[in-house]
Write a protein that binds this ligand. Structure first.
Ligand code: NAP
Length: 269
C-alpha cells in the first residue's frame, strides 16, 4: 500500500506495517478529549486508550479504556508508546497543561509516532468587555490589587498558592477539589465544576459582591458564562494568557478535524 496524495509528508505512513488493529493514545482531561474518544471508539479498526493525569479525585471519564497517572516525563511516555504499540497520539490536554504538551511532542518524536494537538480556541473579547490580559500567573498576581478587592478566582486549585501573598484581598475560589497548598488568608472555597449559566454566574457575583474576575483563557462554552456575566455587570476581568509553545506542533481546534486527521493517518475500517 502506498501513501495517498493528500497525506502529510512529515508523518510516517504506518499503514503498510500495522494493518489492522491500530492503537490511538489520547492525552486527555478535557471535554474535547472525551468527545474524541467517543467519536473514534466505534471504529472496529482502532483501539483507543485515554490517559488522565489523576489530579481530580472523581474525574469525568471518557468512554473506552482509560489509564491514570503520569508517565515519568517524555522518556517515560516514549517508552510507554513503544510498550503499548501505539500508532498515533492526539494530545487533547487542557491549553494550560504545558508540561504534558512538551512531553507529548518529544515522546512522539522519539517513538516515531504521528502526533496531533487538539486545542480549543481561546475566548475573544466583545464590546463591553473590560479584559486585562496578562502573560502569566506572576504578572496576574502583581496586577490584581490594581483591579479590585473582592475576587472571583477561577484559575484552579494549582494556582491558589500564587495568590497567597495578597492578604488584603478577599477571594471566592472555585475549585474542583480542595487545594493541598497554601491559600490566601481571606478565601472562601467553592467546590464545583461546570457547566455554568449566565444567570447562575450573575447571582454568584452579586451575592459575594465580587468586583473582579480572574480566569485563564480556557476557551469553550462550558465555562464561558462568567465572562458574559462580568460583561453585563461591568466587571473587570484579569485574563491570564495561554502558555505559548516554543515550537507549536500540528494543531487542530475541533474534534471533527482531529477525526479527519486520524482518517488520513489511520486506514479506513
Ligand atoms: P501539566 O502541568 O502539563 O502536567 C504535569 C504532569 O502531569 C505531566 O508532566 C505528566 O506527568 C502529568 N500529566 C498531565 N496530563 C496528563 C495526562 N493527560 N495523562 C497522564 N499524565 C498527565 O498538566 P496540568 O496543568 O497539571 O493538568 C493536568 C491534567 O488536568 C491534564 O490532563 C489537563 O488536561 C487537565 N486539566 C488541566 C487544567 C489546567 O488549567 N491546567 C484544566 C482542566 C483540566 P509525567 O511527566 O510524569 O508524564
Amino acid at each position: 500500500m502506498t501513501r495517498d496524495d493528500n497525506s502529510d509528508p512529515t508523518v510516517p505512513d504506518r499503514r503498510e506495517t500495522r494493518l489492522p488493529g491500530w492503537r490511538l493514545l489520547i492525552l486527555g482531561g478535557t471535554a474535547e478529549a472525551r468527545a474524541l474518544a467517543a467519536a473514534v471508539i466505534a471504529r472496529p479498526d482502532v483501539a483507543v486508550v485515554s490517559s488522565l493525569a489523576g489530579r481530580v479525585a472523581e474525574p469525568r471519564l471518557p468512554v473506552g479504556e482509560v489509564r491514570i497517572g503520569g508517565f515519568g516525563g517524555a522518556a517515560g511516555l516514549a517508552a510507554w508508546l513503544g510498550e503499548h504499540r501505539i500508532d498515533a497520539v492526539v494530545d487533547a490536554t487542557h491549553p494550560y497543561a504545558a508540561r504534558m504538551r512538551v512531553s507529548g511532542i518529544e515522546a512522539a518524536a522519539t517513538a516515531d509516532v504521528p502526533h496531533l494537538r487538539l486545542e480549543r480556541p481561546g475566548w475573544t473579547a466583545q464590546p463591553g468587555d473590560r479584559w486585562h490580559r496578562v502573560p502569566d500567573l506572576p504578572v496576574a498576581v502583581a496586577t490584581l490589587p490594581t483591579l479590585g478587592r473582592r475576587v472571583l478566582l477561577t484559575t484552579g486549585r494549582q494556582s491558589l498558592a500564587a495568590f497567597a501573598p495578597l492578604a488584603d484581598l478577599w477571594f471566592l475560589a472555585r475549585v474542583v477539589d480542595a487545594p493541598d497548598e497554601p491559600v490566601p488568608a481571606h478565601v472562601r472555597l467553592l467546590r464545583s465544576r461546570g457547566p455554568y449559566t449566565v444567570d447562575g454566574e450573575t447571582a454568584l457575583i452579586r451575592e459575594h459582591r465580587i468586583d473582579v474576575l480572574v480566569t485563564k483563557d480556557s476557551g469553550g462554552a462550558l465555562t464561558e458564562a462568567k465572562l458574559t456575566a462580568a460583561r453585563h455587570l461591568g466587571l473587570p476581568v484579569l485574563m491570564i494568557d495561554r502558555p505559548a509553545p516554543a515550537a507549536p506542533p500540528a494543531t487542530v481546534t475541533t474534534v471533527d478535524d482531529a477525526v479527519r486527521w486520524l482518517d488520513r493517518h489511520l486506514p479506513a475500517g
